[in-house]
Unconditional design. Structure first.
Length: 203
């Protein structure tokens, strides 16, 4: 009986042909895991007018971790880059909050806005304590289609405000999440605007 089962299984493998060879062959392709390019972590220097204040010193990062997803982003020099960032992204902390900058894969059968509203925001509601949307808008960042979701949350009794910006790209979307204490939100807004507007895709 076992021989019959084995024979049937062998015939099934032969019938599947190339599919089986691709799945089980030791020569089958392995997915390529993106790696952090050391050059992506070495900023150049710049400056920008933020609101009505004097020019602010900036660190300008050119992220070249993932082909077809190269981009540039500028953040205040005072922001602290966190160690071990994910490929294609950065994490920063500053006196009143934090920032994460990276890439988001949008399925081919969806649009950026549909994915935000049907997948990403529902996930935020489930995972972020006290999530409350305060604003959602479509905008343009350097001529690129973009959407911005602003929400409040509560952590350890402290209320925070986050500005989450999604920027359309040829492959992935750019994703910037800038968070501050709610009491500092209006003061941080000009800086957050400058960071968002510094995002651009590179070739």
């Amino acid at each position: 009986m076992n021989k019959v089962v084995i024979s049937i299984f062998a015939l099934a493998i032969i019938a599947l042909g190339g599919l089986t060879a691709y799945t089980f062959s030791p020569l089958s392709k392995k997915s390529i895991v993106p790696q952090v390019n050391p050059a992506s972590l070495t900023p150049t220097q710049g400056s920008a007018q933020v609101g009505s204040s004097t020019p602010v010193a900036l660190n300008v990062y050119h992220n070249r971790d993932m082909a077809e997803n190269y981009y540039t982003i500028s953040v205040p020099k005072a922001w602290q880059l966190q160690p071990n960032p994910p490929a294609g992204g950065y994490g920063f902390t500053f006196q009143s909050g934090s920032a994460s900058i990276g890439l988001m894969d949008v399925p081919d059968n969806s649009t950026l806005e549909l994915y935000i509203l049907s997948q990403d925001e529902p996930s935020l509601k489930k995972t972020i304590p006290g999530y409350t949307r305060t604003q959602y808008q479509k905008l343009s960042v350097n001529g690129l289609e973009a959407y911005q979701l602003t929400y409040t949350s509560t952590e350890n009794g402290t209320q925070h405000q986050s500005v989450r910006t999604y920027i359309a790209g040829a492959d992935h979307a750019g994703l910037l999440t800038l968070t501050s204490d709610a009491s500092m939100a209006s003061q941080m807004q000009p800086t957050f605007n400058a960071v968002v507007n510094s995002f651009n895709w590179e070739k």
